[in-house]
Design a binder for this molecule. Sequence first.
Ligand code: LMG
Ligand code: NDP
Ligand code: PMR
Length: 399
Amino acid sequence: MALQAASLLPASFSVLKEGKSGVSLKDSSLFGLSLSESTKADFSSSALRCKREFQQKIGAVRAETVATASPAVSKSTPEGKKTLRKGSVIVTGASSGLGLATAKALAETGKWHIIMACRDYLKAARAAKSAGMAKENYTIMHLDLASLDSVRQFVDNFRRSDMPLDVLVCNAAVYLPTAKEPTFTAEGFELSVGTNHLGHFLLARLLLEDLNKSDYPSKRLIIVGSITGNTNTLAGNVPPKANLGDLRGLQGGLNALNSSAMIDGGDFDGAKAYKDSKVCNMLTMQEFHRRYHEETGITFASLYPGCIATTGLFREHIPLFRTLFPPFQKYITKGFVSEDEAGKRLAQVVSDPSLTKSGVYWSWNKASASFENQLSQEASDAEKARKVWEISEKLVGLA
Ligand code: LMG
Ligand code: NDP
Ligand code: PMR
């Protein structure tokens, strides 16, 4: 695995040997208001070759849940039980937080090989090691979502690895709440929307072909969303609120030259840009579902994993916020979840046989049971989803 990981690195990389508006506030408990409504609303040919090589590489594991396993991916053991090869899943941003916890949860099942798609190879390698992930369960590959060249290079490298692709998890994100001025991706898009939305948009569009080739019984494309992009919740009403407006800034390329750096054309606000990017993530998932679910059978899903107040997402926030935010979420909103728990939730969306419905935005209730959640009016606006899709494909060079 070490060699394989090393051979997939770009030449410039050092080699490591390890491998609907209306906020619901019924029965709440925050300052005399209860949060359970908001919880409910939001807590609340070559394929064959790949397959053969992949099976040799990582072996086959016993299938527990394959109702529809095709003979191609399963084989019989001497005891007559069906086995299923390991699933192959790409997780972006698996070097910390939710992505790492998800990779760990999947690796522990022994049924998944995780391609950790990360911008910092060494960090990812250390993270996987300290999470106790066994080397045969993962491969690290370089991906910087803030560069479309890097996204294309990643897709090439991945294809050269001959591993199949059964599930893609678009998880990585940046959040720049204290930035006074916008910063930009390699192509000159505002960094939060450029990374969280446009980088993933290109990646997912390119890898759809690879997912389509997979013979795995349940193929999935998951894009991580959030409560804070949904204005039908209390959390989504904390200013600044997400709002894509008429998309004039996105249309202009978010470069702060001939257009605003913000999707709606307004003044730059890092927290809003992040929330807008999450709306794009949730709209993109639904547009994928509308365009491709019937034709491909792929499950498209998004989720709010809970408030994981301890992750690196808040690294740019002021120290006081970083100190107060976890106890605030734990004891006041009660929306807090640990990285481990959130990782198990996302791992369910990757592999649980009961979560195969497409076009769904998953959330979990206080008892950690999953449910289909409602998106805000804007985050479920089909016309806006189509426009975001069409503008985005021009920006990333697909149209
Ligand atoms: C913006 O500020 C920044 O300007 C922007 O740069 C970016 O960072 C953005 O979203 C990110 O935030 C948001 C600012 C405005 O909020 C804060 O600064 C508050 C930080 C809170 C985080 C930690 C809180 C710690 C609280 C203390 C906990 C310690 C324990 C004490 C125990 C006490 C026991 C009683 O925030 C606001 O504007 C606040 C008001 C927003 C509420 C909006 C909700 C709309 C729905 C109305 C219902 C309101 C009910 C609850 C209101 C609670 C308000 C505190
Ligand atoms: P972290 O900061 O811990 O993880 C984000 C990951 O994204 C890191 O691995 C980071 O890499 C990676 N990343 C950032 N920029 C790039 C880039 N240009 N190219 C490749 N990878 C990149 O935050 P979380 O785990 O909290 O966030 C994960 C997801 O969960 C995000 O989509 C976020 O929106 C979502 N989410 C988080 C919530 C929370 O409460 N924390 C709540 C709801 C949703 P590196 O390690 O190198 O920095
Ligand atoms: Mg929020 C039900 C209450 C709830 C939940 C689940 C969250 C989640 N937040 C809630 C309430 C509140 N928050 C309230 C009442 C306030 C005002 C005091 C508040 C404030 C607040 C701030 C300043 N919250 C924040 C911030 C951030 O900077 C975080 C953010 O917006 O990142 C974009 C954040 C978050 N609150 C959440 C979640 C999940 C986040 C962060 C991450 C994300 O959406 O991805």
